[in-house]
Write a protein that binds this ligand. Structure first.
Ligand SMILES: [Zn+2]
Length: 255
């Protein structure tokens, strides 16, 4: 029970405006549309909003449901269009099944079941042997694919870091894989570099940025202007890459 409701019960009328939130449903063009109804004593008119949480209806405390329904009916077309756009913007939940694209180096590979015993790439398909996929358990498909992604990440990162170590004239570090989702890389003072295996799902240009960033820390263990000068010397467009990684990096990852 909300505090304002409790105080109304205890003390009768209060100055605090009443508010309530509920989930409601409405039928538009044969489809059930769910929305959040927020009633408030402060509100004078009914409003429709579509934001990152979907459709929200704001209504005065005593507005009748039929008044709300009438407004929904009048704006049905606008609501359908906006909700379709909202759905399209939302990242689809990842499902471990044949036909689902898995991102690898920024490109989709279609999960394909085969009767081989291994996982291998064949053009734009990622062929997963059913021998390693026991039954309908989605985790059975996830495990070999993630192992394959990790192995690909290890060799790709080692190759790129050997290349950029020569450019920066530092000793090629030993690369360890982490499982981080947001922290792509860390560089330890003793020269070990940890990179998230998930980075292998993003485009090569973004991987190179993270590799160069971590290797530049072997020159400058801070984020001083001298550090960024090293990064820029190797990747003159590093700012664009850093920006894409921040804005879009997460889009490539498995859920
Ligand atoms: Zn750094």
């Amino acid at each position: 029970m909300s505090i304002s409701r409790l105080s109304r019960l205890l003390f009768g009328r209060t100055n605090a405006p009443a508010r309530s939130t509920s989930r409601e449903r409405y039928l538009i063009d044969g489809a059930i549309v769910e929305y959040t109804l927020k009633r408030s004593q402060r509100r004078r008119s009914i409003t429709l909003t579509i934001d990152e949480d979907g459709l929200r209806v704001g209504a005065p405390w005593r507005a009748s449901q039929s008044r709300i329904d009438m407004l929904l009916a009048r704006h049905a077309q606008w609501i359908s269009l906006k909700l379709a756009q909202w759905q399209a913007r939302r990242p689809a939940p990842f499902s471990w099944q044949a036909g689902t694209p898995v991102m690898m180096l920024g490109e989709p590979l279609i999960l394909t079941l085969t009767n081989e015993k291994s996982v291998r790439r064949d053009g734009n398909r990622l062929c997963v042997g059913v021998a390693v996929n026991v039954g309908d358990d989605p985790a059975a498909l996830a495990k070999p694919v993630i192992e394959w992604l990790r192995a690909s990440a290890q060799s790709w990162f080692e190759e790129r870091s050997a290349h950029f170590a020569r450019v920066l004239d530092v000793r090629a570090p030993s690369i360890r894989l982490s499982n981080a989702r947001t922290r792509w890389g860390t560089c330890h003072p003793d020269g070990r570099v940890h990179l998230s295996w998930r980075l292998i799902q993003t485009p090569p240009a973004l991987i190179d940025y993270v590799v160069v960033h971590e290797l530049a820390h072997l020159r400058e263990p801070n984020h001083s202007s001298r550090f960024w000068a090293w990064v820029e010397r190797v990747l003159p467009d590093y700012k664009e890459r850093r920006r894409s990684l921040r804005l879009d990096g997460h889009r490539f990852l498995l859920a």
